[in-house]
Design a protein around this ligand. Structure first.
Ligand code: ROI
Length: 174
């Protein structure tokens, strides 16, 4: 058994984002790599959405999606796997923390568990402010609730509106 793959099976949600080097193919390749990993089973993959950058505006538009997987990896080993895939995509962080990236994989939710360690916070702390995460997440999990019992559909009502719309650019056939 892979180290760390000893948790009871959990449904985890992964946010994918990219705005460099053909973002659509970055996301589609990442989906393949994740779904082919022996420790993950793909349950759903949202449409792809394009949006203006949140944060510094002097960078290309982003493409975002959300994937649901079943896994027995504990949260930290799952995060380590996400970092491996990011690195395999030649991830470089140009400039500051909120700069452009070839691939960003965020662990959004891990079953109904809350994680708060120095390296990982789940649910993802930006969830409620990020339309580009909430919309694809609701697409594949409309009745999901957060660990505190709050329906995800409530978060979209309070999510700050952006000036430019989130555009659904591609269905993924799931
Ligand atoms: N903006 C959008 N639209 N999509 C992202 O995935 C994204 N990721 C980021 C920051 C820089 C916050 N802005 C983003 O990390």
């Amino acid at each position: 058994m892979t180290a760390g793959a000893d948790h009871r099976p959990v449904v985890a949600y992964i946010g994918l984002g990219a705005n460099l080097n053909d973002p659509v193919s970055q996301l589609l390749r990442a989906r393949q790599e994740l779904s082919q990993n022996a420790n993950l089973r793909e349950l759903a993959f949202s449409s792809l959405y394009r949006s203006a950058p949140m944060g510094p505006q002097d960078q290309p538009d982003y493409v975002n999606a959300v994937m649901a997987v079943e896994t027995r990896l504990a949260p930290e080993p799952l995060l380590a796997l996400l970092h491996e895939v990011e690195n395999a995509h030649g991830r470089t962080r140009v400039g500051d923390h909120w700069g452009p990236r070839t691939l960003d994989l965020d662990l959004l939710l891990y079953g109904s568990e809350t994680v708060a360690t120095p390296t990982l916070r789940v649910p993802h702390p930006g969830l409620g402010e990020r339309e580009f995460v909430l919309v694809p997440l609701l697409e594949i999990a409309p009745s999901l609730t957060l660990p505190d019992g709050q329906p995800l559909s409530d978060l979209i009502l309070t999510c700050p509106r952006r000036e430019s719309p989130l555009i659904r650019i591609e269905e993924t056939g799931v």
